[in-house]
Design a protein around this ligand. Structure first.
Ligand code: SF4
Length: 425
């Protein structure tokens, strides 16, 4: 055991770019968590985690028990016999998949999701997916990706899932826009409406809502990221010839406007048309955000690394709600995808990448922020110490993108502060 000595902020090791990079113990969910929102999005897909009882518990407790609906995720449990090499895990997997697909003809896309245990026993899920696809095509396509905690954090499960879809997309040479990153249907419809009204299109979304509705891709496809954690997916899209539209992320009125404007510019939309299409939604967003500003202005916020949404959300909170950023931690800082966001952050912000949780907790205690954004594992102990927290996982489960959600997004941060105020009156 090592003593945890408080490290003065002035002595923190920073890289030449000013970012604190830490490679210590981290407190982040694994990539399996993405199944919780992805299974709601692709409605004829099924996520079969090839993992342990721990993996099953994580998914079940994060997603809730669906008693009345046929679930769209499950865990094929790797047990002691598999771990000891006494059973042929491939044979068992084939048998379970056959049983599942016989019982559930509604499944059109099956993801085999790798976990820590499947990695440890070196179960080759890409070969299994190929083998099973050959057996069950054309009715069911079988793909695989990793959600293992050894390889992925929290939102990276969505990245590896979407990256596994890209080679399957049909080819097209048409000029078109693909919005990339899982969004609630209602937000997707709002974005489609705005983009099409200004003449940008055709517009498609990845992930798609149905396996039969795969968007096409080619050298004239422009893609616009809706989520900042899609590094692997971006590379896969570019290997298929698509080009990324450089933009910030659509959080808040300004972020959404700049995100839409980047697409509009790429598609040659006149400024006057852009203004006409966005004016009323912008006005609604500005008014909704202003209502939250009185609760958030001047409040000091500290982000622990978790969802990779930290940088764009910090920009929104600093710029549109006048919050003071103390530390903005992120598990991984994708400099390219975040280039516009990083320019918009205040110069004096302390950015950190990766985690050494004890040291970061020391910094947090020294800074005494008004609000801490962190994962569930840290939130309860911090609350017990009197620190006000916001669970970062809520930012993935709640609609937070776009104009109509800008006020709700800000409210997610003001609510814990108001609750604390009410409890202390
Ligand atoms: S994939 Fe690994 S980290 Fe995630 S629940 Fe399973 S064992 Fe735990």
């Amino acid at each position: 055991m090592t003593a945890n000595v408080l490290q003065p902020l002035s002595e923190l090791k920073r890289a030449p770019d000013g970012v604190i990079r830490e490679r210590g113990q981290r407190e982040v969910f694994c990539g399996l968590t993405g199944i919780v929102w992805l299974h709601r999005k692709i409605q004829d897909a099924f996520f079969l985690v090839v993992g342990s009882r721990t993996c099953a518990h994580l998914i079940q407790s994060a997603a809730g028990v669906m008693i009345f609906a046929e679930p769209r995720f499950a865990t094929a449990i790797i047990d002691d016999r598999d771990l000891a090499g006494l059973a042929d895990a491939n044979e068992e997997l084939d048998r379970e998949v056959a049983r599942l697909l016989a019982r559930r003809p509604d499944i059109k896309l099956l993801f085999l999701v790798g976990s820590c245990p499947s990695e440890v026993i070196k179960l080759d899920l890409s070969r299994a997916a190929e083998r099973l696809s050959q057996e069950f095509m054309p009715n069911v396509r079988v793909l695989n990706y990793s959600g293992s905690g050894i390889e992925t954090t929290f939102t990276q499960g969505e990245d590896t899932c979407l990256a596994s879809l890209v080679p399957e997309l049909p080819a097209s040479d048409d000029k078109q826009l693909m919005v990339v990153g899982a969004l609630p249907d209602v937000v997707e419809d709002q974005f489609r409406g705005l983009l099409e009204s200004m003449g940008v299109g055709p517009v498609s979304f990845l992930p798609m809502r149905s396996a039969n509705d795969m968007p096409s891709i080619g050298p004239n496809t422009r893609y616009l990221l809706a989520q900042p954690f899609l590094g692997e997916t971006g590379e896969a899209l570019e290997r298929r010839g698509a080009t990324r539209i450089v933009a910030p992320f659509p959080f808040g009125e300004k972020g959404t406007t700049a995100w839409l404007a980047a697409a509009a510019q790429d598609f040659g939309v006149e400024q006057s048309r852009f203004e006409a299409v966005t004016a009323s939604a912008r006005d609604r967003a500005r008014r909704a955000v202003a209502q939250q500003r009185e609760h958030l202005e001047g409040k000091r916020i500290f982000f622990f690394p978790d969802s990779q949404l930290e940088v764009p959300l910090a920009r929104f909170l600093a710029d549109e709600l006048a919050m003071q950023l103390i530390e903005v931690g992120t598990p991984y800082l994708h400099r390219d995808h975040l280039s516009v966001e990083l320019e918009l952050l205040p110069d004096d912000v302390r950015l950190s990448e990766g985690q050494d949780v004890e040291r970061q907790l020391d910094r947090c205690h020294e800074d005494l922020p008004d609000l801490v954004v962190c994962g569930l594992g840290l939130a309860n102990p911090l609350e017990a110490q009197g620190v006000t927290t916001k669970w970062s996982i809520e930012l993935l489960f709640s609609p937070v993108h776009g104009y109509e959600q800008a006020g709700d997004c800000a409210e997610l941060f003001s609510r814990p502060l108001r609750r604390k105020q009410m409890l202390t009156i």
